[in-house]
Write a protein that binds this ligand. Structure first.
Ligand SMILES: [Zn+2]
Length: 239
């Protein structure tokens, strides 16, 4: 429910940031990662790997994945930016929310001290988390990750590549779902394992190079770690 309020526009900056400060603190800094992340880390083990995720709350890094092997094209809750934007600079958000939180009215969730409402340090305009929420998004902080990801992917063409895609549906399919299908098509020794509760279908053109699993990440990541006696997958290929 909190996530749905993110796109809400009809509120004052004091109310917006009172809410966002609590929301971001809860999901980015206070939340503990779902056990599926740890299972995934064990599955990866010492193998060469890279994480591509639309998640912006940093749970992969918190679970022990190496920062240098994570690409977050949708941005990060750990930074904020100008909404205009009048500069391509972005800034760490934690010090800002830590300053705001003691001044939030518990009943209205509004910032009581107007001085604490965050503004663009450059032009003084409204600010937001540095996430892909519109064409104002500044992707500069993630370009280095992107370069590392594609350099790594390029190297995998010499050997086998297993893509484990989890929970990528049709909300933003252009970020993970479609590119992973394209990589599997182009890369002859690539295999795609698609795990999804609602949309596990894989294109028929990928034939035996893709596996469709309808289910929750944790059960299947655990199953993938077991060399034998895995529960059988649905085999559903709807296309
Ligand atoms: Zn600005």
């Amino acid at each position: 429910m909190q996530y749905e309020l993110i796109g809400y526009r009809d509120w004052t900056e004091a109310l917006k940031w009172g809410f966002l400060a609590e929301h971001v603190t809860a999901v980015r800094w206070e939340a503990t990662p779902h056990p599926a992340y740890t299972e995934l880390l064990k599955l990866v083990g010492e193998k060469g790997h890279f994480v591509l995720t639309t998640n912006v709350e940093g749970m992969f890094a918190k679970s022990g994945f190496t920062e240098e092997r994570i690409y977050t094209p949708q941005g990060s809750y750990a930074r904020y930016q100008c909404l205009q934007p009048c500069t391509t600079d972005t800034w760490p958000l934690k010090p800002v929310v830590d300053r705001i939180r003691p001044s939030i009215d518990a009943s209205t969730q509004e910032i009581t001290d107007p001085e604490l409402v965050p503004l663009c340090p450059h032009g003084g305009g409204p600010v937001f988390m540095n996430v892909r929420g519109g064409n104002w998004f500044i992707d500069a902080p993630y370009r280095e990750q992107e370069d590392r990801f594609y350099a790594w992917l390029e190297k995998t063409t010499a050997g086998a590549l297993v893509i484990v895609e989890i929970g990528s549906g049709f909300n933003t399919p252009g970020v993970i779902r479609w590119p992973m299908e394209a990589i599997t098509r182009q890369h002859q020794s690539a295999r795609l394992i698609r795990v999804n509760v609602d949309h596990p279908e894989v294109p028929a053109a990928l034939s035996t190079r893709a596996i469709s699993i309808r289910g929750r990440a944790i059960e299947w990541v655990r199953a993938l770690r077991r060399p034998a006696g895995c529960p059988s997958h649905t085999g559903a290929r709807d296309e």
